[in-house]
Write a protein that binds this ligand. Structure first.
Ligand code: ADP
Ligand code: ADP
Ligand code: MG
Length: 635
């Protein structure tokens, strides 16, 4: 959708490709032409070079923009495009290859005079040698897959005695994700901040940088919130890393958009000499809109112009920073369940808007989040005069964002953006883990604002129903309990919740939650009755699900939860951490499942004994597949 927008503005004819899972997707409707390339599985569609090229030939496409993922950093695909006489909107295959493996890229950069993270890059991959190199580097160290990406195949090791096990884990992950188990050793930088530089080069020998982005807000080495410029970056330091990034691009004869990633030791602020090259991503990044916001440029337009053989539209001296921009990635995931991706239909999808807000999204209300691809719903980008202004705008926009049908991280993002340390710019890659208690609170009761919205919604629904007799009156859980008083019972977050509405003689209402008064207003806010019958109350980015309390149904549901573990989504079993007959504690990890690009740990919900294990490493499982059964609790 992002690429289509610019291409169309430039007067280009656009052709979308889609898998069966995306037949009704927004991009299919938006493009001038759309071609089906295969079934839902990415391997058979979006990652299938032959099918993508066939679609290009069939429609007479002159260029292919590979987007941000899938084939965008695949040198063989870039080569196949060239061989077919189709322009690949990206760097030449040789540049992709040079930067594709982390060890080779680092060696190349060191030779070009770009500072790299100290560590070991050698061919001797024996565990004993690697352990000796780790000791030489000095703990803590990071083991990284040379073919790595997306935070996979990476392990931080704090003590020598943990090295062997960590190496084995990193290797296993690297082998399964990249088919290459080679690793490198890096010094683990303290107070790490991820600072990256946007570079652009053309085929006429020009190369510039478009300043830096700070992507330190990460979870499990994956970016969550990104901003430009980096807090605390001064002009000298910016010139220093900008020059290093341009040098990196020139060293591999780069063309088009690229990002040079650095890791900084921010224990005493950002300083030259304390920032090192990490890797280069040879594509446009997901987070490019923050750079667009502060430069006023369209980076996709630059990409298309460079791909068409034009010179860069601007020289370094013509580029300047205006204000500050922050982007948040809105995901269909449940922070309270370890950020497990959440699939389903977007029954409600409303974005908070406002001055300086940009929404990039590929889905619409009514679309489904499927288990096949990345669960990102949208990127919300805020631009402001200052960092404080941008953060406040972004938090407000996300707080006004209402999503129901799938769980999202919107409330989590709002809390992160309003956290005093974030506001002060005190961020490093450990921020989310360090503040998890605050960002993902354990609260079980919706806040008064959400309850008041629920009550207002129920009253309105009630009034509509009494005007026309309808089975809703039975389904909504209301029971008439005497004149002037109604009681509605719900299950919210696993706990019973009783809402009482008192009707006063003067026509006013008041509201009691579990017997205690809560303020009531006429504002329903974003509240919706979902197809399941649940009431979804959306407030400050959080969506509260109020399930009509049906004692029979909930007892059954609880029975299911406690005696077995089902696969929450289709995926692959990576590791089984327990054995049959073992007694496990509440919260103990049982099985690691890989799905939707990520690993997910399934844990015990209660102390229990394992009766039967039905999953083994390597198993492909369908949604709701039975993975493990607990023994019946002894009475
Ligand atoms: P970044 O470093 O910019 O965060 P990611 O590793 O998150 O990049 O990948 C960029 C995008 O590529 C993702 O948002 C997703 O849309 C897409 N993508 C990449 N690989 C896959 C995959 N195997 N399955 C689904 N989506 C993918
Ligand atoms: P990927 O290919 O998975 O993006 P990177 O090498 O870019 O791998 O590292 C991903 C993230 O891991 C970084 O953004 C940073 O947060 C963290 N990281 C990487 N290298 C180091 C290091 N040497 N010290 C501390 N943190 C690091
Ligand atoms: Mg990276």
């Amino acid at each position: 959708m992002r690429v289509l927008r610019t291409a169309r503005r430039m007067g280009l004819r656009t052709i979308a490709i889609y898998s069966d899972a995306d037949a009704g997707a927004a991009h299919v409707t938006a493009a001038d032409v759309a071609v089906r390339i295969g079934p839902a599985a990415a391997k058979e569609s979006y990652l299938n070079s032959a099918a993508v090229l066939a679609a290009a030939r069939e429609t007479g496409a002159s260029a292919i923009h590979p987007g941000y993922g899938f084939l965008s950093e695949n040198a063989a695909f870039a080569q196949a495009c060239a061989d077919a006489g189709i322009v690949f909107v990206g760097p030449p295959p040789a540049a992709i290859r040079a930067m594709g493996l982390k060890d080779r890229a680092k060696a190349l950069m060191a030779k070009a005079g770009v500072p790299v993270v100290p560590g070991y890059l050698g061919d001797d991959q024996s565990p004993a040698h690697l352990a000796a190199e780790a000791a030489k580097t000095g703990y803590p160290v990071l083991i990284k897959a040379v073919a790595g990406g997306g935070g996979k195949g990476m392990r931080k090791v704090d003590r020598p005695e943990d090295f062997a096990a960590a190496l084995e884990g990193a290797r296993r992950e690297a082998q399964s994700a990249f088919g290459d188990d080679r690793v490198l050793i890096e010094k683990y930088v303290s107070r790490p901040r991820h600072i990256e530089v946007q570079v652009f080069a053309d085929a006429h020998g020009n190369a510039v940088h478009l300043f830096e982005r700070d992507c330190s807000l990460q979870r499990r080495h994956q970016k969550v919130i990104e901003e430009a410029p980096a807090p605390g970056m001064d002009a000298a330091m910016r010139a220093h890393i900008g020059a290093a990034a341009v040098k990196a691009a020139k060293a591999v004869n780069y063309t088009g958009a690229g990002t040079v990633e650095f890791i900084a030791d921010a224990s005493e602020g950002l300083r030259p000499g304390h920032i090192w090259f990490m890797e280069m991503n040879t594509r446009l990044q997901v987070e490019h809109p923050v750079t667009e916001a502060i430069t006023g440029l369209d980076l996709v337009e630059w990409q298309l112009r460079v791909a068409a053989g034009e010179a860069l539209p601007k020289a370094q001296a013509d580029l300047a920073i205006h204000g500050h921009a922050i982007e948040a990635r809105l995901y269909a995931e449940d922070p309270r369940k370890g950020f497990l991706p959440s699939t389903g239909t977007l029954e409600r999808l409303r974005f908070g808007k406002g001055a300086g807000i940009r929404i990039d999204t590929g889905v619409r209300e009514g679309d489904a989040v499927t288990p096949f691809y990345d669960p990102m719903i949208a990127k919300v980008i805020a631009h402001g005069e200052t960092r404080e202004a941008a953060a406040a705008r972004l938090a407000d926009a996300l707080a006004a964002t209402a999503v129901a049908g799938v769980a999202t991280n919107a409330g989590f993002l709002v809390r992160a953006l309003r956290h005093p340390d974030f506001v002060k710019g005190e961020i490093d890659t450990g921020f989310i883990a360090a503040h998890l208690q605050t960002l993902v609170p354990e609260h079980r009761t919706p806040p008064p604002k959400a309850l008041a919205q629920a009550a207002a919604f129920l009253l309105a629904e009630r009034n509509a129903v009494s005007a026309s007799p309808d089975p809703w009156a039975v389904r909504d859980g209301f029971r008439l309990a005497g004149e002037g008083r109604e009681v509605a019972r719900f299950i919210c977050d696993g706990a019973p919740l009783t809402l009482e509405i008192l009707y006063h003689r003067d026509g006013r209402h008041s509201l009691l939650l579990d017997g205690a008064p809560v303020p009531i207003t006429a504002d329903r806010g974003d509240t919706a009755r979902l197809s399941s019958g649940a009431l979804a109350v959306m407030a400050d980015g959080d969506t509260w699900l109020l399930l009509p309390d049906d004692p029979l149904e909930s007892a059954e549901a609880q029975g299911h939860a406690s005696d077995r573990i089902l696969a929450p989504m289709p995926g692959k079993v990576i590791q089984v951490l327990v054995t049959a007959g073992e007694v496990v504690k509440r919260g103990q990890p049982l099985i690691i499942l890989e799905a939707m690009k990520m690993e997910h740990t399934l844990s015990a919900e209660a102390d229990a004994k394992i009766e039967e294990l039905l999953a083994a490493p390597g198993d492909q499982v369908t949604e709701s597949a039975l993975l493990l059964r607990f023994a019946e609790a002894e009475k």
